[in-house]
Design a protein around this ligand. Structure first.
Ligand code: PRP
Length: 187
């Protein structure tokens, strides 16, 4: 379906919108494989449940889970924030919860990016109350320089600067999540 002229202006095609590719698809694949190997070693013989935080973590989790070797399952949840978008950091509630109880299971929260850490701080508090056997965090991207809440992250794909990034799950107004690479936008 063709977009109208005004929609094209609001949402330019990736080729017109991308400023610079920061992580090529092959670079991401290779780092995801390394993380999967590390997680597989650490959780050998354990009942691992990946908890993806929608929407951004969806693509990373899908690639990660297919390379893990222990018995593994996955689930998703989403949270709302005051205001909208990545710059409004205060999480307020779970809008879509996990489908099953997680007591006694080894949870690994999977994120696409951690900025202030407030989303994870909120989530960790809620999930700890459900008494998992263990709880750890894996994020593809990390911006430790933006951190407001002190949360321990066990697995990090890449540290990044404060540039606004899209692709591989990261969005601008819900667009560009499907790009196989991570890039900056022409703003
Ligand atoms: C992003 C990201 C994390 C959160 C991190 O989600 O996926 O969930 O922000 O920010 P914080 O560390 O400052 O709390 P976003 O709100 O952009 O929603 P999305 O995953 O649906 O894109």
């Amino acid at each position: 379906m063709h977009e109208t002229a005004s929609e094209e202006a609001l949402h330019p095609a990736p080729a017109d919108a991308i400023e610079e590719v920061v992580f090529e698809s092959l670079t991401i694949d290779s780092r995801v494989a390394e993380l999967a190997a590390e997680i597989s070693r650490d959780y050998r013989g354990k009942d691992l449940l990946l908890v993806g935080v929608l929407k951004g973590a969806y693509i990373f989790l899908c690639d990660l889970v297919r390379q893990l070797t222990p018995p593994v399952s996955f689930d998703f949840l989403s949270i709302s924030h005051f205001g909208a978008g990545r710059s409004s950091p205060q999480p307020v509630e779970i809008t879509c919860d996990l489908s099953e109880p997680v007591g006694g299971r080894h949870l690994l929260i999977v994120e696409d990016i951690v900025d202030t850490g407030l989303s994870l701080h909120y989530l960790v508090g809620i999930l700890q109350e459900r008494q998992p056997a263990s709880l750890a965090i894996c994020t593809l991207l990390d911006r430790p320089q933006l951190r407001l809440a002190d949360i321990p992250i066990r697995y990090v794909g890449f540290d990044v600067d404060e540039s606004f990034l899209v692709g591989y799950g990261l969005d601008f107004r819900d667009r560009y999540r499907d790009l196989p690479y991570i890039a900056t936008l022409k703003m």
